[in-house]
Design a protein around this ligand. Structure first.
Ligand code: MN
Length: 236
């Protein structure tokens, strides 16, 4: 047997299926490769979190299989302060390195609404101790997203209102036009650190009004012209 054939042997166990998100208006699925996130990208949210304005974007990531498209999110263990963050999500159809700002939107397949779920108590502790955010941000089901709306269907949302309600009460209201770093700027900057590829999702930061969720809460998040998602938080 050649080395090539040797390397095509059976897996020692079945690999998980690729995480995927529905594409609006078609039967096609978007396979998720990586999930990147931007911290503090709206001035008013940066203010409520006590961070300063227009610093270079702060990037972190979630595992691809943190993406969640169901209607019941389990309250995660090891936290007493689970927060919602409504965000515009960019879905890349191609990528590259050192992408110029002027070419960045050509890489976008589409957009979704998403919620960057956060163990705020663990994040606060990590910040205080100068430790990584993994346990605060990268847990199972921490990235609920809507179906993806193709850019070719509805263009690029520049001044879309973004909303999140809990139990039909207003929690977050914002506009994607208020982002400190625009979508093209985010893609360009991120591509200086990582080779971006088709299948990458980018959570672009949250407007003000983040707050705690408890088991039983009903969350509804939507972005005009992009999409909406809703889920219930179930008991731990
Ligand atoms: Mn966020």
């Amino acid at each position: 047997m050649s080395r090539m054939e040797d390397s095509q042997g059976e897996y020692v166990f079945s690999p998980e299926t690729t995480p995927q998100v529905r594409v609006r208006g078609s039967a096609a699925m978007f396979p998720v490769r990586r999930i990147y996130c931007v911290g503090s990208n709206y001035r008013e949210h940066a203010r409520e979190m006590g961070t300063s304005l227009r610093e270079p974007p702060c990037f972190f990531s979630k595992p691809a299989n943190a993406v969640f498209t169901g209607d019941a999110v389990p309250y995660p263990p090891m936290t007493h302060n689970l927060h919602h963050e409504a965000e515009l999500v960019v879905a890349l159809g191609s990528g590259g390195v050192n992408i110029p700002v002027e070419q960045a939107l050509e890489k976008v397949f589409g957009y979704a609404a998403g919620v960057d779920l956060t163990r705020r108590d663990l994040q606060a502790e990590a910040k205080k101790q100068g430790r990584p955010w993994s346990t605060a941000k990268s847990f199972d089901c921490s990235a609920p997203v809507s179906a993806i709306r193709r850019a070719s269907d509805g263009g690029h949302p520049e001044n879309a209102s973004i909303r999140l309600d809990v139990n039909e009460e207003i929690r977050q209201r914002g506009n994607t036009g208020d982002m400190t770093w625009s979508v093209p700027e985010i893609i360009a900057e991120l591509s200086r650190y990582f080779e971006l590829k088709a299948g990458d999702l980018i959570f672009t930061g949250t407007p003000p009004g983040v707050g705690a969720l408890v088991p039983g809460d009903r969350v509804d998040c939507s972005i005009d012209t992009v999409g909406s998602l809703g889920f219930v938080v179930t008991g731990s």
